[in-house]
Design a protein around this ligand. Structure first.
Ligand SMILES: Cc1cc2nc3c(=O)[nH]c(=O)nc-3n(C[C@H](O)[C@H](O)[C@H](O)COP(=O)(O)OP(=O)(O)OC[C@H]3O[C@@H](n4cnc5c(N)ncnc54)[C@H](O)[C@@H]3O)c2cc1C
Length: 459
């Protein structure tokens, strides 16, 4: 295989291929460009080698190869990392997308899911049994990537974060061991996996607790953007029964066919609503939202849960500036200032608010490495970069974030971009950081798994 040697210097890829059943893809391979692409736009990553494991032995071989060759090791599932961590220039990418088996046990209400599956695929597989576990708002996000950071979505107030429903995980460690982490086996590792991101190893399978869910009443409610509707949707969401999940986007209205054309481009409140409680209580739960203003569009209706996830667009590669924070409330004056900020620039920009609480807040802060249990709202500010205006866009995002800052120092690790160690530190407040660093020192003392929101090993 001299071609491989010539494109990757001194790497002995024949040795790697000899130990791997799955594909080993290098520059020049017809699939290389397709496989190296991640969701994040504006970058052109050129990994030295992409390994596509079909079993745990392949993962062990890839991890060992990267470790021994001194290659940066990236782990890729759904490819949605906003920091581009699902790839590594000149490094080795463990691409788990060949491993997406889903095994539902309807009687036990559990499912084993291979780490390359997407959130949408799990929703479809479990929904066939009238069961569900919550991930986020996007079906194409990888199930391991979202779970290892926390997993905040439509069902979180009712059933907790994705990590709160994680029962066990199989992990390939830096030294090549394959272990199962759960409440009894490697309990500290299991604690760390539930929020610690990709720091601990390559997770190959995850077991989830499932909840009965025979459809939901959900979809998009578009309201005119006023201080009253912004603050009103937040308040109604926080006051709602826990089976009501909301993700609120304040943004220019996209050219959606179900919204009148004269609204396109105007600021709107786009409330993504999901009622997962008893069907006959849906109308009462949704009434406070519908009464805030005459809706510009109301697509909230009884649907199968997987229908909430729009189809994936493989051509979606946004070049964006995003920042995230936790906050406590949005009153009318703050909502007014948010609208002023959004009116001060053009292009795609959004302030997103995610009401938390409910089952999320009932878990003690030290029970998992996701520790922001008391935070009531998660906020995200984003705008698309146009040409060479990244610096101006960044300044706009940071000033808007400052407006929302109410002194909660926490951030959600899965919404961080490449923002530096201080921001990663903020994802793991207080004793969480020290405990995570101690687990890291035990399971990955050499920091092989550092292409992530990195927690260096203690000491
Ligand atoms: C459009 C969009 C919508 C989103 N919506 C939500 C949402 O509603 N709720 C929410 O909570 N988050 C959401 N996220 C954030 C998302 O959860 C994180 O970006 C997550 O890390 C993506 O996982 P992935 O597998 O798709 O990405 P990848 O880029 O493939 O992986 C991201 C990182 O996760 C780690 N990782 C992934 N798989 C493994 C594994 N098997 N073993 C060890 N480490 C692994 C690695 O560190 C990797 O670098 C969204 C992101 C985007 C871009």
């Amino acid at each position: 295989m001299s071609a491989s040697h010539s494109t990757t210097g001194t790497l002995d890829l024949d040795d790697l291929r000899g130990r791997t059943s799955g594909a080993v893809v290098t520059p020049g391979d017809p699939r290389y460009d397709e496989l190296r692409t991640i969701v994040l736009g504006g970058i052109d990553p050129q990994p030295a080698v992409i390994v596509r494991p079909v079993d745990d032995a392949d993962v062990v071989a890839a991890v060992g190869f990267a470790r021994d060759a001194g290659l940066t090791l990236a782990v890729r599932g759904g490819g949605h990392s906003g920091a581009g961590h699902g790839t590594a220039d000149g490094g080795l990418v463990v691409d788990l997308r060949e491993r997406r088996g889903i095994d539902v046990d309807p009687a036990a209400r559990t499912a084993w899911v291979e780490a390359g599956a997407t959130a949408g695929e799990v929703a479809v597989a479990t929904s066939a049994h009238g069961l569900a576990v919550g991930f986020g708002d996007t079906g194409s996000v990888g199930v391991a990537g979202i779970t290892l950071g926390g997993g905040v979505g439509y069902l979180s107030r009712a059933h907790g974060l994705s990590v709160d429903n994680l029962l066990a995980a199989d992990v390939v460690l830096a030294d090549g061991r394959v272990v199962r982490a759960d409440a009894e086996q490697h309990p500290e590792l299991f604690w760390a996996l539930r929020g610690g991101g990709g720091n601990l190893g390559v997770v190959t399978r995850l077991q989830f607790r499932l909840h009965p869910l025979d459809g939901v009443t959900g979809g998009i409610l578009v309201l005119p953007a006023t201080a009253g509707t912004v603050a009103g949707v937040v308040a109604a969401s926080l006051d709602a029964p826990e089976h009501l999940g909301t993700i609120l986007n304040v943004m220019p209205c996209p050219p959606m066919p179900f919204v009148p054309a004269d609204v396109h481009g105007r600021l709107v409140v786009m409330a993504m609503l999901c009622w997962s409680g008893p069907a006959d209580e849906a109308e009462a739960a949704l009434a406070p939202f519908r009464s805030l203003a005459e809706p510009l569009a109301d697509l909230v209706r009884p649907v199968a849960y997987p229908e909430l996830f729009p189809p994936a667009d493989p051509e979606y590669h946004p070049v964006a500036v995003t920042r995230t924070l936790m906050l406590d409330h949005v009153d009318l004056p703050l909502a007014e200032r948010v609208l002023e900020r959004l009116s001060s620039v053009d292009g795609m920009r959004v302030v997103q608010l995610r009401p938390l609480g409910g089952a999320i807040a009932r878990v003690p802060s030290d029970a998992t490495a996701y520790a922001h249990r008391g935070s009531r709202l998660m906020g995200n500010v984003a705008t698309f970069v146009q040409g060479d205006d990244r610096a101006q866009r960044t300044a706009w995002v940071e000033k808007t974030l400052a407006l929302l800052d109410q002194g909660d120092p926490g951030v959600y690790v899965n919404f961080l971009g490449d923002e530096g160690p201080e921001r990663v530190r903020a994802a793991y407040p207080g004793a969480t950081w020290d405990r995570l660093a101690a687990v890291k020192a035990q399971y990955d003392p050499g920091n092989l798994f550092r292409r992530n929101q990195n927690v260096p090993p203690a000491g």
